[in-house]
Design a binder for this molecule. Sequence first.
Ligand code: E4P
Length: 224
Amino acid sequence: MEFFIDTANLSDITKAQELGVLDGVTTNPSLMAKEGITGSSKILSHYKEICAIVNGPVSAEVIGTKYDDMISEGKILADLDEKIVVKLPMTSDGVRAVRYFSDQRIKTNCTLIFSAGQALLAAKAGATYVSPFIGRLDDISVSGLDLISEIRLIYDNYMFNTKILAASVRNSAHILGCAKIGADVMTSPLSAITSLLNHPLTTSGLDQFLKDHLQAKNVAAQPV
Ligand code: E4P
């Protein structure tokens, strides 16, 4: 399973890249706003900065909601860097735009997926990625991981090339659940990725190793 980081924060992207496990980045207008990135020139240069850090796909979301606006915005984003994936919402205009960019061989990420039917439609339109939001489904007491399973079954039935990019991933249990089901990619904040590092037995085991090492060193250093 590929690991994407879901942020527009350059420091977090750099940390994940340095950890050596990062395959790509996803952003959305809320994440860009959180970093204070507004106005088209600032937005475009921020995407360029992200592309310079990461060696993989970078999802950049259009703001326009009308087909023509999505096309013109998506073209500008795609021209920025070959790593850019044009992120489009699951609406009628968004699906039409997915088909347009797919026909142009430009990568797309169809976002705000909350049902298997939406994921099927995005795959039919030729989306490179679909982003089912599992955390937001869990928030309304619907199993997000069950949706990932359903999409996996449907895509495997018909050998769709569209990759399942599990989004709105909030914790390590989500990441493991996605990996068990066979999501192609998961995107999460840095905290969910680094939480995979932690286990109390690792911490106590390492403490003991270091204590034993120091004790043996002190014994060896004592005069006979
Ligand atoms: C997906 O691409 C979105 O950016 C993201 O995963 C949404 O996550 P949230 O529900 O935690 O905001």
